[in-house]
Write a protein that binds this ligand. Sequence first.
Ligand SMILES: [Zn+2]
Length: 295
Amino acid sequence: MTDLLHAFVLPELGVRGAAVRLGAGYREVLSHQPYPAAVGRWLGEALSAAALLQTGIKFTGRLSLQLQGGSALELLYVESTSEGDLRGIARVAERPVDWNIGFGQAVEGALLAITLEPYQRGDRYQGIVPLAGDSLSDALEGYFAQSEQLPTRLLLAGDGEHAAGLLLQRLPFEGGQNRPIDPDGWNRVEHLMGTITPDELLGTTSELLVHRLFHEFDRINRDPLPLHVRCRCSRDKVADVLRRIGRDEAVAAAANIGHAEVICEFCGKVYRFDPIEIQQLFLPVPVAPLPPRPQ
Ligand SMILES: [Zn+2]
């Protein structure tokens, strides 16, 4: 089974965790653009990370992870929602790049941002740090070390077919409350995590992986969450983009091929607007609907 997110708590060790393995959804994201193999691997790691980090959030909403401004990898953007929707995109430098350089060099100069957006009223939260480390998991662990102070470990992998990840985080405890039974719990899970190779992570279902690692401990499992790659684009949103561009630009865009064409970068869906539809976009919008005519 793939495209499932397993979250769990190991109460006696004072640790929470999550495991994910993506198959079809990951391949769908890769199918939208011809990514270099290395970028495809990093995109898989990022999608896994976004799903895993979602498990730590107490509200329903959206989490995004954005890495922007790298010398070779200019943008890596992934999103996950509490319902299990995922989407992601990468953008690379236009100049020729030797992708053997490795992650650390490809993202040199980039910033890493994690944004949490609750659906209900509430504050949007964003944390931004300079990116450091030779892998995305290093970079994210660094982010947690700087911002959240809860020790967090991540293992991530992607190979173009599957993407997978494992997250472990020490649970907070104050003044002796919720203190784990095993004071050495964090060290023990870190040690267990260190025994997993990327191939094992990619080749094992997340359920089996969690069982293999932690079967000797009490474990509280959350129901597995099915993950779907689902885009939030719509004709209405594209129409808003055209309105922002302005009438002259939109009309000019349609002049060449008879219609304006907007392609969603995330899912590859094509939206077409013919000249009449473009004119309609710029008609004044009535402020309120007319009251019903008295009979
Ligand atoms: Zn889309």
